[in-house]
Design a protein around this ligand. Structure first.
Ligand code: PHE
Length: 346
């Protein structure tokens, strides 16, 4: 091939390089840069490909010259394409829409304690003021702690599988917090004054007034010379602190682990004693079970029942929360519905 043909090739290469660089520089978006890339560097129909196809038509040393010229153009174009791409990307970043600082905020959501937790803490605070400390125990208990040591006869219906959740033979989910009385007595010696918050489990249907898992708070006071007068005075004081001055009454009751036993009622907080649907017209709400600790219970825990006496109570903070906040359905306490929780949050 003639000298002039190689010259033409070199001119065409220089021209191609100039045109491509101009096209890359003119591109003002990723899309237009891609179009320019396809026009010049496209693998099947790009203009650079047409130049490359001419290289084999040269003979001898000319082919080497043409090949090198082609390679130079190719690397040059790739470099300017990359440079332009980088420039476009960085200007896209800096011109991206900025945060709109005038937009109103969405407000903050603060966590809050559940009403049952609030009630438990308030109860604990009142008893703390009377010298009680907090004790806890396991939710999985042996039959012995949950029933036997608490003076339940072996054929008591509470031991039935229909009432109690068994985890294994002899191991139950505690049905009340009273087994922790035994643990507190074993940890003794008296004087003992503890309150025991915790969850308990019963095979109850989940309806407006029952839940299969619920909170209880237990109290236990054991010392020399402790009498029913202490029980009555302390629990009456508690009710007036918790509910504000309110009428209370004690009714005889029965629990295997206390003798004598009594339930305490407070004036219905919703109708102030007048009688309403919530108190079934009676004007009273039962808030706790209580009694003098049965001597068999003290003895089962290794405490001398000749020397020491004591009293205990158990109440359901869930029930009390229903009363306090005027909630008709216990399931509301388990729903985690923010519309409800926001109303009672402190
Ligand atoms: N453990 C009883 C219950 O769950 C409540 C109670 C506790 C009664 C302590 C008397 C003394 O119903």
């Amino acid at each position: 091939m003639s000298e002039s043909t190689l010259k033409d090739f070199q001119t065409a290469a220089a021209e191609l390089q100039r045109a491509a660089c101009a096209a890359f520089d003119a591109a003002d978006s990723a899309d237009s840069l891609e179009k320019a890339r396809a026009e010049f560097l496209g693998r099947t129909s790009g203009r650079l490909l047409a130049l490359q196809r001419l290289v084999p038509s040269f003979e001898g040393a000319d082919r080497g010259v043409a090949g090198r010229a082609f390679n130079e153009v190719k690397t040059g174009l790739e470099a300017s394409l990359d440079a332009r791409r980088v420039t476009l990307e960085s200007s896209a970043r800096t011109s991206a829409p900025k945060a709109d600082l005038t937009m109103p905020s969405r407000g903050q959501f603060l966590g809050a304690e559940h009403p049952v937790t609030l009630v438990i803490e308030e109860i604990i605070e009142i008893f703390r003021g009377l010298g009680f400390t907090v004790a806890t125990g396991p939710e999985a208990e042996t039959e012995w702690y949950n029933f036997t040591a608490l003076n339940f006869p072996p054929d008591h219906p509470a031991l039935d599988m229909h009432d109690t959740m068994y985890l294994a033979k002899d191991v139950v989910l505690r049905t009340h917090t009273s087994p922790v009385q035994i643990r507190a007595l074993q940890a003794g010696p008296p004087p003992i004054r503890v309150v025991i918050p915790g969850n308990v489990y019963r095979l109850d249907p989940f309806d407006a007034s029952h839940a299969p898992a619920f909170a209880q708070i237990e109290g236990l006071a054991v010392d020399e010379g402790v009498s029913f007068v202490d029980l009555k005075a302390t629990l009456t004081h508690f009710a007036s602190r918790f509910f504000g001055s309110t009428r209370t009454r004690f009714r005889p009751s029965y629990f295997p682990f206390t003798e004598p036993s009594a339930e305490m009622d407070v004036e219905c907080q919703l109708c102030k004693g007048a009688g309403c649907a919530a108190c079934k017209g009676s004007g009273w709400m039962e808030i706790l079970g209580s009694g003098m600790v049965h001597p068999n219970v003290l003895e089962a825990a290794g405490v001398d029942s000749e020397r020491y006496t004591g009293w205990a109570f158990g109440m359901g903070p869930g029930r009390i929360a229903l009363q306090r906040y005027g909630i008709p359905d216990i399931r509301t306490l388990y729903d985690s519905d923010l519309r409800f929780l926001e109303q009672v949050a402190r």
